[in-house]
Ligand binder design. Structure first.
Ligand code: UTP
Ligand code: MG
Length: 461
């Protein structure tokens, strides 16, 4: 995937042409082919249908007409070997791309121009993940930041020198970028992609409830596949992991924006049933305008202090009575203002929350999701997180749960180092005056920090 360094290209003008299958083809000169290998059949179907519904032409066969080959999780050499076997040659007007080009194009609703950063960003993310798997937080963060900076560039990188002006690009990241610029691929990234430990860790940690530690322990016990894990008598899965394996097929697929909207209606119905004055807001990636997510995050606002404690157990009961609850992990609030501010940032906050897997009826989805026609069930299992903070903590919680994780980290760092203030999901605290700063909206928090309001969609990087 990182084997071709394509020069930046001028964007082709979309053409409105003929109709194809399900939808009108808006971009006739772009013909996409999705590589099923490693992507999986159902994800490929899902992505193909999604693209078609947005006016893209997706070919099921790898013909000579294909202009954009999109692959996910394949090592470059293997992919090229496979493409060559299929008689697909590297040509001037053909792109072999990572899925990042595809997801960006879906988000934009048009084929985005192919840029070198599509290769580089993914390369850096692979390295970040590899560092995370081996517990190297520092280098992991450095690669994530660098990938994120490249992702946020308004224009394509034209030459290597431009990278010298970019912030957050450490020596290691620069070296990778340089290598990809010069050779079209990075030997280090190739090595990681082909590394058995990385591959196994990636596979195991893709299961809900399996963190890097568990994945690593399974790896060191010689296990390499799900089947081996599930048939190993000495392994006892906890409740979360059991659900993770049981619904793996569904919850490892991305959740679409359409599905997130359908879920919002379900969550709203249950919340209002329990407390007619409560409101529901989408947080997480979907609030930032993302087209896909690994879950859907909702934050519930109850009008009176104290009401937040009862709402989640009641919503869970409501879902049970509707027979749509597949898994729930409710965590009671441990919030105590007298324990704050906390000088050490903790990833988890103290609010009442639950991690759920719910059934989403396929009829509730729109045409885009007409996938898996042969599936016997009429529902898809989807991961949903619900958060119910006390009303006076709502703004901080919303800001924290909107993410992205990197954005939050940088905002907290800015607050601490530039403004002498401690920010987390619960409070904003002024170290100089030793006072908690009140906020009823996100705008109030940005104002306290002396920053212009940053819109959720600007918080992706
Ligand atoms: P997610 O993990 O859902 O990330 O957490 P996301 O940005 O929505 O991306 P995908 O698409 O689902 O993968 C959403 C935000 O909530 C914060 C995270 O830091 C992230 O910014 N969060 C999550 C917390 O602050 N505390 C938690 O306990 C969980
Ligand atoms: Mg999310």
């Amino acid at each position: 995937m990182f084997s071709t360094a394509l020069p930046t290209r001028k964007r082709r003008r979309p053409e409105v042409t003929f109709t194809q299958g399900r939808g009108e083809v808006k971009f006739g000169d772009v013909k996409v082919y999705l590589v099923e290998r490693r992507m999986g059949k159902s994800r490929r179907n899902f992505l193909s249908n999604l693209a078609r519904s947005k006016g893209f032409c997706v070919d099921d066969a790898l013909s000579g007409n294909v202009t954009h080959v999109v692959s996910e999780g394949n090592a470059a050499q293997e992919l090229w070997n496979w493409l060559e076997e299929q008689g697909f040659g590297e040509m001037q007007d053909k792109h072999v791309l990572n899925v990042s080009w595809f997801t960006e194009s879906m988000s934009a609703g048009r084929p985005v121009p192919v840029e070198l950063r599509h290769y580089i960003q993914d390369a850096l993310e692979v390295l970040a993940e590899n560092m995370e798997f081996s517990g190297n937080q520092g280098p992991c963060l450095a690669f994530r930041r660098a990938a994120s900076v490249l992702k946020s560039l308004p224009a394509a990188l034209q030459c290597l020198e431009e990278t010298h002006r970019l912030p957050c690009l450490g020596e290691h990241s620069k070296a990778i970028v340089e290598e990809i610029f010069e050779c079209g691929s990075s030997s280090r990234v190739e090595e990681v992609l082909n590394d058995e430990k990385y591959r196994t860790m990636k596979l195991f940690s893709s299961v809900f409830g399996v963190g890097p530690k568990t994945a690593e322990s399974w790896y060191y016990r010689g296990l390499r596949t799900f089947e081996q894990v599930l048939t190993e008598p000495s392994i006892r899965l906890n409740r979360m992991q059991t659900a993770g394996f049981l619904f793996y097929e569904d919850i490892s697929k991305p959740v679409s924006r359409t599905e997130a909207s359908a879920l919002k209606i379900i969550v709203e119905e249950a919340v209002i049933y329990v407390n007619p004055h409560a409101t529901v807001n989408v947080a997480g990636g979907f609030r930032r305008g993302k087209e896909f997510g690994h879950d859907v995050d909702f934050i519930i606002k109850t009008p009176e202090p104290g009401q937040e404690d009862a709402i989640l157990p009641a919503v869970i009961e409501r879902f049970k009575s509707q027979n749509i609850l597949l898994y729930s992990d409710f965590q009671e609030s441990t919030f105590d203002l007298s324990q704050l501010p906390n000088h050490r940032f903790e990833a988890m906050d103290h609010f009442s929350k639950c991690f759920l897997i719910v059934k989403l009826k396929r009829e509730q989805e729109n045409r885009e999701r007409e996938t898996d026609k042969g599936a016997s069930r009429d529902w898809k299992a989807v991961r949903v997180d619900l958060l119910a903070p006390p009303v006076e903590r709502y703004a901080y919680a919303l800001l924290g749960w909107t993410g992205s994780t990197l954005f939050e980290r940088d905002l907290r760092r800015f607050a601490r180092l530039e403004r002498g203030k401690l920010l987390d999901n619960h409070v904003l605290y002024d170290k100089a005056t030793k006072a908690f700063l009140p906020a009823s909206t996100e705008e109030d928090i940005f104002a306290h920090l002396g920053l212009e309001f940053i819109e959720p969609w600007q918080r992706n990087a």
